[in-house]
Design a protein around this ligand. Sequence first.
Ligand SMILES: NCc1[nH]cc(CCC(=O)O)c1CC(=O)O
Length: 357
Amino acid sequence: MASQQQQEGGATIRVGTRSSALAVVQAESVVAALQKAHPTLKFEIDAMKTMGDLDKITPLPDLGKGLWTSEFEAKLVANQLDLVVHSAKDMPTALPEGCVLGSVLEREDPRDVVIFRRTPKSADDTAPRDTYRQIADLPAGSIVGTSSVRRMAQLRRRYPALLFKDLRGNIDTRLRKLEAEGGAYDCIILAAAGMRRMDFGARISQYLDSRTPGGGGIMHAVGQGALGLECRDGDARVLDVVRSVAHMPTFLAVLAERYVMRTLEGGCSVPIGVETHWSDDMTTLTLKATVVSLDGKQGVEAETTQDVSTFADADAIGKVVSDELIAKGAQKILDEINAAKAAAPAAGPKLVPATAS
Ligand SMILES: NCc1[nH]cc(CCC(=O)O)c1CC(=O)O
């Protein structure tokens, strides 16, 4: 029998990742899985900063599509990397010419979570802030930290008395800003996946989703909690390797979610939330999605359940849900958001007066 080395021989597989602590943990977990499946192959991690990491001032929605990914894609195409590990939710729905989504690994918990402030705001602040259990407990005027228009729009729709303030930075930075002196935020919203991967799971106060009572009906971002492996189109050697570690239920669910976002032309800057749930026998997928206006006053939802076993099936269920959203008025909501953006290009999700952050 030909050794695996002979069959798979070739140069070290160069794996690109952002250099944030979370991105590196994620890339290391992917390389560990790849190494386990292919013991004779050599992998090398190349961590680098991206536009999204370097520009900490511009509100995220204004930085445009591909801010976490485009520099890696240039290196993939130029043969300087063979594989890039991304948080699937940071990947634009349309990848550049020459790049493909080669594989998706098993998903962490895809939900958004709430983390309440623990530190008193000032010496005379006696409010027992760490006794809040749910976002519904917060008094009117409480300030929620997030830079995500999706999170803000959905929360405004459900809890119109809350205020929102931009919050940028890596997870540890955001947690530190939450507890900072002066108390700019009463709680912040993050992805459960990042919190767990960084061992901050114990700080999670509440899970947000549409199925849990008290979950606020909040739906997560397309691809949230999943890792996407981007490869050079036609690079059969690397594509075979990454496909061997794919988790098909996650891959199919993420493709269905991405179809909805692609159809509605939503980058991360438009408020589209999704949820996917597999039947117990893993044959049938339920895809649910929502589009909400930035002020939270309008919103549409759609949900469909279908058998899904191929990439074409994933697109098909995505199409049913997108069509239903559009029929219910989603395009009108998105057109209004795009028109407002064109009129005031720098408008981010700032609902309280801007302060230095
Ligand atoms: N927006 C940045 C980002 N991209 C991926 C994650 C978390 C991990 C994931 O969703 O896979 C985060 C942080 C967050 O939203 O809390």
